[in-house]
Design a protein around this ligand. Structure first.
Ligand SMILES: NC(=O)c1ccc[n+]([C@@H]2O[C@H](COP(=O)([O-])OP(=O)(O)OC[C@H]3O[C@@H](n4cnc5c(N)ncnc54)[C@H](O)[C@@H]3O)[C@@H](O)[C@H]2O)c1
Length: 351
C-alpha cells in the first residue's frame, strides 16, 4: 500500500517509521512547504527512494495513486490540506487537533462523509492496551456505572529542558502564541485528555473551565506574544450522571508526559497511568469485588493492541472506519470551544 505524508516536521518521523513497519505498506512520497524541513527529512531517509515535493498540490498532481495520506501539518493547516486530500478521493489520517475550531471541524466531517473515504484522527493515547481494557470494562457494565472521574494530563516542558528549551527554539511557538495559531495546552494536549475521558466514560453534558496563561514565564519571543493558555482545570458533568475533573498543564514538574485516568464506578474502580516511556501502557489497575474492602488494587497486564497507524491501514483494507474518526475529532473540538466560552464568561456551558 502506498502512503503519502503532508508535512515533514517532528511528528512525521513517527508516521514514516510506524507506516513502514507495517508489512506491505510504504511511505512513497512526502511534501513540505519548507525546503529545509523537506531536505532534512529526505536525507534522514536516504536509500528509501521517497519522492519529495514542495507543495501538496504538486504531490497530488505528480503522484499516480495513494492508498492513504497522513496529514502532519501544524493545526492551522489541517483543514485546508485535509479538504484537498479528500477532494482528490484519498483516505486521510489527520494529526490532532482535527481543526482550530468546531465550525472548521464540522466542515471536515461533512467533506469526509461526502467523499466516503476513511478518515481518522491521531489520538495517540488510545493505543494503550490498558486504556482499551478500561473502556471495555466500563462498556460491559462489569464494573457498574461511572460515578466520579479524575483525568489529568501532565507535562513539564515549561519547567524542564527534557525536550529542549522553549525559550531558544522556534519549534515551541505554535504551542505558546495565539498569533502562531495556538489554542495553547487546551488545543495541544487538552484534546487528548478530553478524548481519553469522553471515549471511556461517555459524552459531557455541561462544563466549567478555568484556563491559565503564566505570563511570568515571559511575555514575548520575537514578535510573538506568549498568550496561549499553559493549562486548565475543567469541572464536568457527564450525560450519564457521573461528575469529574479534567486537568492539564505543562507546569507539572516531575512529569515528562503523563496521562492519568481514574474512574470510580458503582461496582469498583479503574485506573490507568500512561508514562512517556510506555512502560505502563499495558497495565490496568482494578479495585473490585473483595478488594474493595481491603483497599487493594490488582494490576492486569493487557495484551498489545493495534496502533492508530495499523488501524488506519486496516480500515482501508476492510473499508470499515475504525475509531477515532473525524466525527469524534469534531466532538472533542466542540468541547474545546466550550471550554474557551466558559473561561471567558465564567459560566457553566452546555455541550
Ligand atoms: N498525536 C500526537 O500525540 C502528536 C504529537 C506531536 C504533534 N502532533 C500534531 O502534529 C502536527 C505537527 O506537529 P509537529 O510538531 O510535527 O510540527 P512541525 O512544525 O515540526 O512540522 C510541521 C511541518 O508541516 C509543514 N507544513 C506547514 N504547512 C504545510 C502545508 N500547507 N503543506 C505541507 N507542509 C506544510 C511545516 O513546514 C513543517 O515542516 C500538529 O498538529 C500537532 O498537534 C500530534
Amino acid at each position: 500500500m502506498k502512503i503519502g505524508i503532508v508535512g515533514t516536521g517532528n511528528i512525521s518521523l513517527r508516521h514514516i517509521n510506524e507506516f513502514n513497519s507495517i508489512p506491505n505498506v510504504k511511505v512513497e512520497a512526502v511534501c513540505d512547504i519548507s525546503e529545509k524541513n523537506l531536505t532534512k527529512f529526505l536525507s534522514n531517509n536516504e536509500g528509501s527512494n521517497i519522492r519529495g515535493y514542495l507543495s501538496l498540490e504538486d504531490m497530488l498532481e505528480k503522484e499516480k495513486m495513494f492508498d492513504g495520506i497522513s496529514n502532519t501539518t501544524p493545526d492551522k493547516f489541517h483543514k485546508e490540506t485535509t479538504l484537498q486530500i479528500l477532494e482528490r478521493g484519498y483516505n486521510v489520517f489527520c494529526e490532532k487537533p482535527l481543526a482550530e475550531n468546531y465550525n472548521d471541524a464540522k466542515d471536515m466531517v461533512n467533506a469526509a462523509i461526502q467523499s466516503k473515504k476513511i478518515n481518522m484522527v491521531n489520538f495517540t493515547y488510545r493505543e494503550s492496551s490498558a486504556y482499551q481494557k478500561l473502556v471495555e470494562f466500563i462498556k460491559s457494565g462489569e464494573i457498574g456505572k461511572p460515578r466520579h472521574v479524575s483525568a489529568s494530563y501532565y507535562q513539564s516542558w515549561l519547567t524542564s529542558n527534557k525536550w529542549g528549551d522553549w525559550r531558544k527554539e522556534d519549534k515551541w511557538l505554535w504551542r505558546l502564541s495565539t498569533k502562531h495559531g495556538s489554542n495553547g495546552a487546551l488545543g495541544d494536549t487538552g484534546v487528548h485528555i478530553f478524548d481519553f475521558a469522553v471515549n471511556a466514560v461517555g459524552d459531557i453534558k455541561e462544563i466549567f473551565t478555568d484556563l491559565k496563561t503564566y505570563y511570568d514565564k515571559g511575555k514575548k519571543i520575537k514578535e510573538y506574544t506568549l498568550d496561549a493558555n499553559d493549562g486548565f482545570n475543567s469541572l464536568v458533568r457527564f450525560e450519564n450522571g457521573a461528575i469529574g475533573t479534567i486537568s492539564n498543564t505543562r507546569y507539572a514538574t516531575g512529569h515528562a508526559n503523563s496521562l492519568i485516568l481514574e474512574v470510580f464506578c458503582t461496582k469498583g474502580a479503574l485506573k490507568v497511568e500512561l508514562d512517556e516511556e510506555r512502560k505502563k501502557w499495558s497495565k490496568l489497575n482494578v479495585c473490585m469485588d473483595e478488594n474493595i474492602n481491603k483497599m487493594t488494587w490488582k494490576t492486569i497486564e493487557c495484551q498489545k493492541t493495534n496502533s492508530n497507524y495499523q488501524n488506519f491501514i486496516k480500515s482501508i483494507q476492510t473499508k470499515s472506519n475504525i475509531q477515532p474518526d473525524f466525527f469524534q475529532g469534531a466532538k472533542i473540538q466542540n468541547i474545546i470551544d466550550k471550554c474557551i466560552e466558559s473561561n471567558e464568561t465564567g459560566r457553566w456551558i452546555s455541550i
